[in-house]
Design a protein around this ligand. Structure first.
Ligand code: IPM
Ligand code: MG
Length: 361
């Protein structure tokens, strides 16, 4: 199998965690005799500094031509006052939109090895295995009109528009039902249909699509109730399908079930299955360059890439098994270490994972 992968490390901790992901990817490719071609490009603040734009044309072309994209993180305090369109976050949003990566899978699986890392009670989080499917190319993130305008009295008003077309809802709903069918057969659609017309339409379309999946048990929750249920009884969830902004918020919340956002991988797929794989955490400028960031979310994103873009289940399982073994051996980066427990660095965590699977898992 030939795997053409665009590597976009980006800013902050992006480059250091991506380096570990690439290391693991090379090793797993060698083990399974897979040919990989990796091409790296700048994205985000570093691209702005080098080329005056966070998403240079050559980066977009590279991403378009690749079978899959491994993305690190983008952003940094110094870019927050740039005009919109030139901020690092805009590059990621443009990439998602340009490649039509509408289906964002954020699996949330607790690791028994990390039972101490969560702030929640062990009996609540033990055995959690859910997936948040976040719509990624519409909603308030992209709706028009948007902007900050000046009212007649001279004061300003901020405007963003929540909007979903039937077609956009239908395709994410289908992705949700298919995902649920491949798992435990439960889909919970999260909306705010009691207040917002956009979400009323969401609920109507999801329900309609549901008639094509009689084997999937569909339920609906308002987003406020879903936020509560996620910490109260997270094991009741299998697949959650939700809108862009709600999914953004709920996935950060859900990361605390696992103990650290540094453990959460993600996959953003388009209709033909092409994907962008990235850790759910951001650029974390406060810890960047210190070799302390947790690379496991990126390494687990590589596993998702092997599974979802290249259909290589055993290679994916090998990577995940190596992560499990490394955690079972007691290795921790600072974000998942218990108070007083020794932590290892980013690079060493990458090396430990490599060692775990070369020693056979
Ligand atoms: C995420 C991030 C992004 C988002 C930011 C960096 C634009 O928070 O992927 O969850 O809001 O989608
Ligand atoms: Mg987010």
């Amino acid at each position: 199998m030939f795997m053409k992968i665009a590597v976009l490390p980006g800013d902050g901790v992006g480059p250091e965690v991506t380096r570990q992901g690439v290391k693991v990817l090379h090793a797993v490719a060698e083990r399974y005799g897979l040919a990989v071609e990796l091409r790296e490009a700048l994205i985000g603040g570093c691209a702005y500094e080098a080329h005056g734009h966070p998403l240079p044309a050559e980066t977009l072309t590279l991403a378009r031509e690749a079978d899959a994209i491994l993305f690190g993180a983008e952003g940094g305090f110094q870019y927050e006052t740039l005009p919109r369109g030139l901020r690092p976050g805009d590059a990621l949003l443009t990439l998602r939109r340009e490649l039509d990566l509408f289906a964002n899978f954020r699996p949330v699986v607790t690791w028994p090895e990390l039972a101490d890392a969560t702030t929640l009670k062990p009996e609540v989080v033990e055995g959690v295995d859910l997936t948040i499917l976040r719509e990624l190319t519409s909603d308030l993130y992209f709706g028009e009109p948007r902007g900050i305008d000046v009212l007649a009295d001279g004061s300003r008003r901020g405007v963003n528009t929540m909007s979903y077309t039937e077609a956009e809802i239908r395709r994410i709903a289908h992705a949700g039902f298919r995902a649920a069918r491949a798992r435990r057969g439960k889909l919970c659609s999260v909306d705010k249909a009691n207040v917002l017309e956009t979400m009323e339409l969401w609920r109507e379309i999801v329900t309609e699509v549901g008639s094509e999946y009689p084997d999937v048990q569909l339920s609906h929750l308002y987003v406020d109730a879903a936020a509560m249920m996620l910490v109260r009884a997270p094991k009741t969830f299998d697949v959650i399908v939700t809108a862009n902004l709600f999914g953004d918020i709920l996935s950060d919340e859900a990361s605390m079930l696992v103990g650290s956002i540094g453990m959460l991988p993600s996959a953003s797929l388009n209709a033909s299955g092409k994907g962008l794989f990235e850790p759910v955490h951001g650029c974390a400028p406060d810890i960047a360059g210190k070799d302390i960031a947790n690379p496991l979310a990126t390494i687990l994103s590589v596993a998702m890439m092997l599974r979802l873009s290249f259909g290589h289940e055993s290679a994916a399982a090998t990577v995940e098994g190596a992560v499990r073994k490394t955690l079972a051996e007691g290795y921790r980066t600072f974000d998942i270490a218990a108070p007083g427990e020794a932590a290892i660095g980013t690079e060493e965590m990458g090396d430990r994972v490599l060692r775990a699977f070369s020693v056979g898992s």
